[in-house]
Write a protein of this length. Structure first.
Length: 82
């Protein structure tokens, strides 16, 4: 009898990092670093490197956008009160 091999599992932390990158970009970056370390561990057969890569990209861009928005908001705020 022939056994059908199950497809490799996707790393759970990679999925969580990808989702978190949209809601909390900095948390997405941090979680993607941890997920990448898990995936690079010798003997790991899980997939999810693409999710981790995109979580890093989206998280970094989102963090930069939030930082720029914060600077813009403080500039307008202090101009309004000053």
């Amino acid at each position: 009898m022939t056994q059908i091999a199950a497809p490799p599992r996707t790393n759970t932390l990679a999925i969580i990092a990808f989702i978190a990158a949209f809601a909390m970009p900095l948390a997405g970056v941090i979680l993607s670093v941890f997920a990448r370390r898990q995936l690079d561990h010798p003997g790991n057969v899980e997939t999810g490197r693409g999710l981790v890569r995109w979580a890093m990209v989206i998280g970094i861009l989102g963090t930069l956008a939030q930082g720029l928005f914060l600077v813009f908001w403080f500039t307008l705020f202090f101009q309004a009160i000053g």
